[in-house]
Write a protein that binds this ligand. Structure first.
Ligand SMILES: [Zn+2]
Length: 132
């Protein structure tokens, strides 16, 4: 898996978030932006069969297994709505739990989470996902 999809998602995020994403760089909100990118990459890999392993939960993090199962569960539900995405869980763990796991264990991402910051690209992606 190259870095292109990751950086492309950041470019997309920069237009999707009001004020751009630089306001979150290495400060509060940083894990929100990074985790959304890892999540989308993992979801694309899982749905479309890209090579590479799940990356949004570090292998040494407590929710690594749960995150992988959560992603596979979501890909099996594809296409799904934003509300289905929010309510989807694995053993009770949801997006915010996996975001917290990511923040705590991904090197360079241990900045405060903004729990009210909606994942703008996920919302747009799911909104337009029925267009093909
Ligand atoms: Zn990044």
């Amino acid at each position: 898996m190259s870095y292109f999809p990751h950086e492309f998602i950041h470019l997309y995020q920069d237009g999707a978030y009001s004020g751009g994403i630089s306001q979150y760089h290495k400060k509060t909100g940083h894990p929100n932006i990074e985790f959304e990118t890892f999540f989308l990459t993992d979801l694309f890999k899982s749905i479309y069969g890209y090579p590479g392993s799940i990356s949004g939960a570090p292998s040494n993090s407590p929710l690594f297994y749960e995150y992988s199962e959560w992603i596979y569960g979501l890909s099996g539900m594809w296409p799904f709505t934003y509300s289905q995405f929010l309510s989807h869980h694995y053993n009770g763990y949801t997006y915010l739990d996996f975001l917290t796991n990511f923040k705590n264990y991904m090197p360079g991402c241990n900045y405060p989470i903004i729990s009210t910051l909606q994942p703008a690209v996920i919302i747009e992606f799911l909104h337009y996902s029925n267009c093909w």
